[in-house]
Design a protein around this ligand. Structure first.
Ligand SMILES: Nc1ncnc2c1ncn2[C@@H]1O[C@H](COP(=O)(O)OP(=O)(O)O)[C@@H](O)[C@H]1O
Ligand SMILES: [Mg+2]
Length: 432
């Protein structure tokens, strides 16, 4: 299960004011502020914590606190990277400490690259490292990769905490599928990443593709063995696989695949299909592992012509990338400048989808359009949705914060009256 980010506390990071604390709500979190106040930087940080990959910041010193919650499990941690002091260790040393809670049980974790100390119920245990796991080739620098709590089996409370799967309990609460919760950039970079045609197809590649396995006995696709690390989930794939009589060199998803169906609903196109090409087949133990990649989408126009994905407009590319990422991970989405290139009706629908899915979304905006599409009111503010304001102090420090009590009340009062839209109300109050 992916977890929800509840807060960030910045002790030390670039020019952010030390002690900065931002609370996040379970659904729409919108970050506003002028150019250069750190909105994109904040999203990068959120993405690093949510997907457990601090690769982007390995060459910097930082100390960040965070809270993650997944049902009954929660983790409050601090991760600290020190580059300057460890020139020999690839230039950095990442430390993680925190408390994992599950009901009455609390487990303290204190670790570095070599080992971790766990303390729970008066017992202490040394385990293997909880991180960092560094893999420059995969651009991964995982904080909590190895956090498998080797909890003793003789204790029923602890045994109940153990979950199936190799990651173990903490791994489950702290990990989310790596590439699906990268941030959607403000331009078409994410679209380009998704449609990259390179041939290096690892299961966790950021491109759009899929790894399938054939069943050793049946000789056909084993739908239980679909590896969906390439942005296509079971919900999108399985109904499509059912329709394919034989999959030889290509795999085609038709216009009913959710991201395509929603794109067709909103855009000028009447149909779309995604074609993936088989790029490798390896046989092991009688079963074959097939990788389908090199994504191409063909669109049908109202006049019956065909278009391919590189020909889409800027806004169409952004909408399609958004829909693909949203369906790849309905739990979490991180979108920089969602309103860029998007028509009002698209934005409204995008916000509606996020609400329907109950997605925890982190959005930024320079554009009043997005704010006016947000379902913010006295009922939802601070419960489901929230705002983060980014500012610069006179000395150039970045100040990231939620609204204070007075600002919040003032803003909600304007919204209660219903005469002012959110963007106008925020501008009047000097919040934006
Ligand atoms: N890699 C970096 N290291 C240090 N500072 C950076 C880096 N990238 C950007 N900055 C600084 O952070 C500021 C805020 O950038 P950004 O987060 O993109 O702002 P916004 O999205 O609000 O316009 C930039 O004006 C720049 O001074
Ligand atoms: Mg920005």
């Amino acid at each position: 299960m992916p977890s929800e980010l509840t807060y960030l506390r910045v002790h030390n990071f670039r020019r952010v004011r030390p002690g900065t604390f931002i609370a996040f709500e379970p659904q729409l979190n919108t970050v506003v502020g002028r150019n250069g106040t750190g909105k994109t930087t904040l999203l990068a940080l959120i993405s690093a914590i949510v997907r457990n990959n601090v690769h982007e910041f390995i060459h910097e010193d930082f100390e960040i606190g965070f809270g993650l919650v997944d049902g009954d499990l929660s983790f409050e941690g601090v991760c600290r990277n020190q580059c300057s002091t460890r020139p020999g260790n690839g230039g950095s040393e990442l430390l993680l400490s925190g408390i994992l809670r599950h009901g009455e049980l609390t487990i303290r974790i204190n670790g570095d690259a070599h080992e971790a100390q766990l303390t729970y119920q008066g017992r202490e245990q040394l385990t293997r490292s909880v991180g960092p796991e560094r893999d420059p080739q995969r651009h991964a620098f995982e904080l909590i990769h190895n956090l498998r709590l080797n909890l003793p089996d003789d204790d029923p409370t602890l045994r109940a905490l153990k979950m199936p799967g190799p990651e173990g309990v903490a791994g489950d609460v702290l990990r989310s599928k790596s590439f699906t919760s990268t941030r959607i950039h403000e331009g078409v970079e994410t679209f380009d990443e998704l449609f990259a045609q390179d041939t290096d197809h690892r299961d966790r590649s950021p491109t759009l593709g899929v790894t399938l396995a054939t069943h050793p006995e049946l000789g056909k696709i084993d739908t239980k063995a679909v590896a969906n690390g390439h942005h296509l989930t079971d919900e999108t794939l399985l109904p499509q696989l059912d329709k394919q009589t034989s999959i030889i060199d290509t795999l085609t998803l038709d216009g009913s695949a959710p991201p395509l169906a929603q794109f067709i609903e909103l855009s000028q196109y009447t149909d779309a299909r995604l074609i993936l090409t088989k790029t490798s087949a390896t046989t092991k133990d009688g079963g074959t592992r097939l990788v389908f990649a090199k994504p191409v989408v063909r669109f049908t126009t109202t006049s019956g012509d065909e278009l391919v994905h590189p020909q889409l407009s800027f806004g169409e590319k952004r909408l399609l990338a958004f829909l693909i990422k949203l369906h790849a991970n309905r739990h979490t989405i991180i979108v920089d400048e969602l309103a860029n290139g998007m028509h009002h009706s698209w934005l409204e629908r995008a916000v509606e989808l996020l609400e329907d899915f109950g997605t925890q979304a982190f959005l930024t905006s320079q554009n009043p359009l997005l704010l006016d599409c947000l379902p913010l009111d006295r009922e939802t503010y601070g419960r489901a949705h929230g705002l983060v304001v980014c500012e610069l102090s006179s000395s150039g420090e970045m100040i990231w914060r939620n609204l204070d009590e007075a600002e919040r009340e003032d803003l909600l009062r304007s919204l209660d009256v219903g005469l002012q839209q959110l963007s106008a109300a925020m501008r009047t109050k000097g919040l934006w």
